[in-house]
Design a protein around this ligand. Structure first.
Ligand code: H53
Length: 819
């Protein structure tokens, strides 16, 4: 345990000293930001010893390590989470109280490190938390973007993006490690050299540009176990020597170019989630961090070992989506060109080390780089890919003689493109999806040819979330209640224990306590909403919440059309009883995703009309929470009554927000998509509100046609009315064109897409009926409380600890470590 080691007096002294040495101030004089820094440095001090001890243990025991390669790590704030994992949160809070400092206020001073977009990046962060907590040697490998995910402002109902300068006050938790810097090269040409003496061919890159990759290490504190792993994110700096040399030669231009490359490469996170934009700079980012990470990993291995053939015994690389899959070819390059191995040896190593996770079936998310761009930027890597492809296609033709259709579909290089997913599957020893349904769709639809040829590679790893951040930190009231009811805090590392709460599901007193906690969390959120949005909401109303990235397939449009429908109902039938509802949205749209931005505007327009209509007596409220991010997410999950998970079936690979709501006692209102299927399996269909087309039905319509949204539009007057309200000025101050594109998207084929691509009208009626069931259930207070409690009680499977155990047992085969 940490706690006995926590020395309150020493800690207070340390904080006071830090304020003095860092800012020449006393505690009373310091600003909240300065206090946050002073406290964070004191906490880092406490972490450092364990960090060193952990690395020493790794040096001594030489365990197998996983390198989790990801373009995104959506960490969320560190201070509070580190204290939770050090099991020192309450003690530190007390110590600070005695100094007259409010820990919660300090936590709000920390910029929310937003080095990710959404689910994929947050999953990576949960995985790091679980790896450290379970005691496995792991490195996160990523990019230290100067600007993370943009900050969202809502101006006049529209999303406006503001830069996220998260490093402007420095970052107390990170450590710069210049001694591990690596050079990364781009462009130029490849000269082939033949060595007469050895008979070997060498490939020499010439006329390239290069940058220096400099790592920053970030501690990942395990829960109550002294393990501190490392997230290593790379910054880019110009290569000074080279620059001087260029100056000598008068090559001023070249020197400036190198400066710019270094400046640009890590400047900003691309704000696309589930969407590939094909930008050259993005490919540079990918190669930059992958190359630096692999160079460092191989160098680390070589410090202890000399037989590279045994590399797979000591390291495994997990590629998070297609984004880092250039790792396959880069590892080959290092082994071939720098380590002088032959092709077969290099290939044997690479295919034992690399594993790939697929996170989406959305066609627009699969990366396919234009060959001309790719080969210009990474000439040697491209040659290697050509050879991988050539050898692979020989195999395909051997196994399927005469089937050129297979060759066409499975090739890595085809139609002028480099298909990254295909390369990852060919080279990876494991290919996994992120929920059972998703993996089945991969095997039988999207990646069917690969599955048929190499079924042994395919496996499922249903996603999970960390209960340390999303319950212990985000919902302290419920957290304490769970501990009291279970009589143990062990659920912090074994979420399956939550099932012990089931025995309280019929206990009136316990149910009341559970709902009282929910109520207090709703008050906390109401206060946040009042402060940040200026909207007053009633915590007695049903908090119906949809927070996630804005994407058409996630169907925020279905949600808001339904709100418009409810509003019509209330206006038309004022006599009917209607349980007050607050519809809460939070979502960022990628900066260039116009339709997504229109949906944000629509939500805000509906909010404006509905919230200001006195005649409905506040029965309906709509709130769009600005700048949805990890820190406010924690507050939102804790306060939700209803979890909206309404993606078009088959489109959401897993979802992880769904699990965070469940953990916090909010039943799912959703489709049978992604991990919702498994949530329902755990909690029972009677404790969720499921509606809509199944994934088979969706896929069937997509493949064979037969869906006409006009039929629904013509046959259902309520639907027709809300669709017409998009263009009759109701929500646009009389402007008939403002939402014309949304209107068209529902009824007319546009840009080569089917009308109502995401089956919004098709599922509308079923959704409205499911919402009626929600209302009926909520009116029955005991029934609702039981449902809510059972959701918390049945969430055990969805801990990222479970997910990580499965990765370790079935893919990575890591050694357990004790510090
Ligand atoms: O990854 C999550 C899934 C979610 C999926 C998401 C995702 C991204 O955030 C970005 C790119 C991508 O290919 C997939 O949409 O369903 O839960 C973690 O697996």
């Amino acid at each position: 345990m940490y706690s006995p080691r926590f020395d309150k007096r020493a800690f207070k002294h340390e904080v006071t000293e830090n304020v003095k040495t860092l800012f020449r101030k006393t505690i009373e004089e310091a600003t909240p930001q300065q206090l946050y820094q002073a406290v964070s440095y004191a906490v880092k001090e406490a972490i450092i010893d364990d960090w060193i001890a952990t690395q020493r243990t790794y040096d001594k025991e030489d365990p197998k390590m996983v390198y989790y390669m990801s373009m995104e790590f959506l960490l969320g704030r560190a201070l509070g989470n580190n204290l939770i994992n050090m099991t020192a949160y309450k003690e530190v809070k007390e110590a600070l109280d005695e100094l007259g400092i409010d820990l919660n206020l300090l936590e709000d001073q920390e910029p929310d490190p937003a080095l990710g977009n959404g689910g994929l990046g947050r999953l990576a962060a949960c995985f790091l938390d679980s790896l450290a907590t379970l005691g496995y040697a792991a490195y996160g490998c990523g990019i230290r973007y100067r600007y993370g995910m943009f900050k969202q402002k809502i101006e006049n109902g529209y999303q406006v993006e503001k830069p996220d300068n998260w490093l402007k006050n420095g970052n107390p938790f990170e450590l710069r490690r210049p001694e591990y810097a690596k050079e990364v090269r781009f462009g130029g040409n490849i000269r082939v050299e033949y060595d007469d003496k050895t008979g070997k061919t060498h490939f020499v890159q010439e006329n390239y540009e290069s940058v220096l990759a400099v790592p920053y290490d970030y501690p990942i504190v395990g829960y109550n176990n002294h393990v501190v792993n490392t997230l290593r994110i790379w910054d880019a700096e110009p290569i000074v020597d080279f620059q001087l040399e260029s100056f000598d030669r008068g090559d001023y231009h070249k020197a400036v170019e190198q400066q710019n490359l270094a400046k640009n490469i890590v400047e900003v996170l691309y704000p696309n989630d589930n969407h590939y934009a094909g930008k050259e700079l993005r490919l540079k980012q990918q190669y930059f961090f992958v190359s630096a990470s692999l160079q460092a990993a191989v160098a680390k291995y070589k410090r202890k070992h000399d037989d590279l053939m045994k590399l797979p015994e000591k390291m495994v690389i997990q590629m998070n989506d297609t984004h880092p899959t250039v790792a396959v070819a880069e590892l080959m390059r290092i082994l071939l060109d720098e380590e002088d191995l032959g092709w077969n040896e290099a290939w044997e190593i690479t295919t034992k080390v690399c594993a790939y996770t697929n996170h989406t079936i959305m066609a627009e998310a699969l990366e396919k780089w234009p060959i001309d761009l790719f080969s210009r930027l990474l000439p040697r890597v491209y040659q290697i890919i050509q050879e991988i492809d050539r050898r692979f296609l020989i195999q395909v033709r051997e196994q399927y003689p005469g089937d050129e259709n297979k060759v066409r579909k499975m090739a890595i290089l085809r139609d002028g493109q480099v298909r990254m997913a295909n390369m990852a599957i060919v080279a990876g020893f494991s290919v996994n999806g992120v929920a059972r349904l998703h993996t089945e769709i991969l095997k039988h639809q999207e990646l069917r040819d690969f599955y048929e040829m190499m079924p042994q590679k395919f496996n499922n790893k249903t996603n999970g979330i960390t209960q340390r951040r999303f319950l212990m930190h985000g919902n302290p009231l419920l957290s304490d209640w769970v501990t009291e009811k279970l009589g143990t805090k062990d659920w912090a590392t074994d979420l399956s224990l939550m099932s012990g709460l089931k025995k309280w599901a019929d206990d009136k007193e316990a149910l009341k306590e559970f709902m009282d906690i929910k109520y207090r969390n709703k008050e906390r959120l109401a206060k946040y909403i009042l402060e940040h949005n200026g909207v007053e909401v009633d915590p007695r109303s049903i908090f119906d919440v949809q927070v996630k990235r804005l994407h058409e397939y996630k169907r925020q449009l279905l949600n808001i059309l339904h709100v418009m429908y409810l509003y019509n109902q209330i206006k038309e039938h004022p006599e009917k009883s209607f349980y007050p509802r607050t519809f809460i949205f939070g979502a960022k749209a990628s900066a260039g995703y116009i339709r997504a931005k229109q949906i944000i505007k629509l939500i805000n327009s509906v909010a404006e009309v509905v919230n200001n209509d006195r005649s409905i007596n506040g029965k309906l409220k709509v709130v769009f929470i600005e700048d949805y991010k990890v820190s406010n997410a924690e507050i939102i999950f804790a306060a939700a009554d209803v979890s909206e998970q309404i993606s078009t079936a088959s489109k959401e690979a897993s979802g992880t927000g769904n699990m965070k709501f469940m953990l916090n006692g909010a039943p799912t209102l959703g489709t049978m998509d992604g991990a919702n299927v498994e949530i329902v399996e755990e909690v029972g269909i009677e404790n969720a509100f499921i509606f809509g087309l199944s994934s088979d039905e969706v896929i069937n319509f997509e493949n064979n046609g037969g869906y006409d949204p006009y039929e629904i539009y013509n046959g259902d007057p309520d639907v027709r009315r809300v669709v017409e309200q998009l263009v009759d000025g109701t929500y646009s101050h009389g402007d008939h064109e403002m939402y014309r594109d949304l209107y068209n998207s529902l009824l007319k084929p546009t840009d080569g897409n089917r009308a109502d691509m995401y089956f919004i009208l098709k599922d509308f009626r079923a959704y409205a009926q499911a919402q009626e069931r929600v209302e009926a259930a909520y009116r029955d207070r005991d029934r609702w409380a039981k449902m809510a409690l059972l959701n918390t009680a049945c969430c055990g499977k969805f801990s990222s600890d479970r997910t990580i155990r499965e990765y370790v047992d079935e893919i990575w085969h890591l050694d357990h470590i004790e510090v």
